[in-house]
Write a protein that binds this ligand. Sequence first.
Ligand code: AMP
Length: 282
Amino acid sequence: MKIINNISDMYEYSAKLKKRGHTAGFVPTMGALHDGHLSLVDRAALENKKVIVSIFVNPAQFGPGEDFDRYPRPVKKDLKMLKDTRKVDCVFTPDKDSMYPPGSATFVSLENEMTNVLCGASRPGHFKGVTTVVAELLNIVKPDRIYLGQKDAQQAIILSKMMRDMHFSTTPVICPIIREKDGLALSSRNAYLTPEQRDTAPVLYKSLQMAESMVELGERSAETLKKEIRRKIKEAGVEIDYVEAVDAATLAPVSAISGNVLIAAAIFVGKTRLIDNTIITI
Ligand code: AMP
């Protein structure tokens, strides 16, 4: 497993792959890796000759007062985890100054409502940071496919649109959410939870499951579903950031469940913000 930390070496590595006719699958991460990340690596290894993972905690996607400074960075452990999979050919670990050299002033941002709803409403500027860094990474790594988790459904939808709009030749592949046994979606931020908070956190998934069951039983009102999800979360004494039902392609709010609907929610368990979602297809 090759570890590359500067951009010109990464260009060279990608150029070599192209010359040899090898396909490359790319998994961008912020590190603190878990089985959710590894599921993307597995899928990339199935569909490509070579697998490239990046680890970069992107300052541009954190707002003031968010957890950029305390975001976990267990680099040695992450590298060992990736090496142990025996599926990763290259890890790209650029530093902040090479991704954002002094004086760099160009951003890639999706200028429609998609970035202002759901997580975008509570994290202004977040998706501009995400689209900018992924555009940079795609230009540096030039993969055939990029692997994204449905865990961050809004992010995956926005990035897929950005890649279409900007004519990137890379194909996005969206992979299912990996969960703990009790349903809690794996997240690097779960490490912030105290044991009591960890016990409470699965209420987020349970409330989404309840909504799925209600739809199976015939409920079609988005308002009713959102109200019931909110009620269940509040009962557990947890603060809600948002609960929304939107069109899974456009992220526009829906009033009735029909077609592909993304039900997404964010909560604060203590100070830790957790997100989860489900896509319901009728
Ligand atoms: P992050 O390191 O949090 O930026 O995540 C890197 C990638 O892993 C993103 O595409 C995430 O959506 C994906 N990911 C994170 N958690 C999970 C999970 N529990 N299941 C599947 N994919 C995930």
